[in-house]
Design a protein around this ligand. Structure first.
Ligand code: COA
Length: 150
């Protein structure tokens, strides 16, 4: 598994990043402030994650995505394991992540990777996204916040 940092001047893989977050504006903001890691199979980027420090001891996994045709093969779990190791190696104490109330698979995935729910940001997706987001027949309104100690 080859995971590397996006190099300065290299174009971020927006088609993947937008799978996790439909707001191009928000994606551009946190990609420019954080660090983007690329998972490559040969020369093709099939996965991505972005880490953004939010305090001296805390870092947030602000985006993670695997190309649709490659999902369900354990790559998401491996990317999260890599993000955890990366954050721990850099001396952070806590890694956080946020996902939608309607993102059932993601909620399962993060908890399988050792994250616990710490809170709910009520109405986050209503405040920050112009278009309604519907997943699993449920409107995405609230951000479920999760964290894992490192
Ligand atoms: N209920 C319970 N567990 C579920 C589930 C569900 N509905 N859907 C998936 N899972 C589990 C899988 O079973 C697997 O666990 P297991 O190994 O114990 O079986 C785990 O979640 C994830 O599997 P994995 O193959 O590693 O994930 P992936 O490569 O498909 O990547 C995402 C996961 C979320 C990165 C990928 O689906 C994706 O890119 N989605 C679109 C972008 C996105 O939503 N990003 C996150 C935004 S918060």
């Amino acid at each position: 598994m080859n995971i590397r940092l996006l190099q300065p001047g290299e174009k971020p893989p927006y088609s993947l990043l937008l799978l996790a977050d439909p707001s191009r504006h928000l994606v551009e903001q946190y990609v420019s402030r954080g660090r983007c890691f690329l998972f490559e199979k040969g020369k093709e980027v099939i996965g991505v994650y972005v880490l953004l420090p939010t305090s001296p001891r805390t870092i947030e996994l602000v985006n993670i995505a695997v190309k649709k045709s490659c999902q369900g093969n354990g790559f998401g779990k491996r990317l999260i394991a890599h993000a955890i190791e990366q954050a721990r190696g850099e001396g952070y104490r806590t890694i956080e992540v946020g996902t939608g109330n309607s993102s059932f698979a993601q909620l399962a995935l993060y908890q399988k990777c050792g994250f616990s729910i710490t809170g709910i940001d009520h109405g986050f997706f209503l405040r920050h996204y112009e278009e309604a987001i519907l997943e699993n027949g449920v409107q995405c309104r609230d951000m479920v916040r999760l964290a894992r100690e490192l």
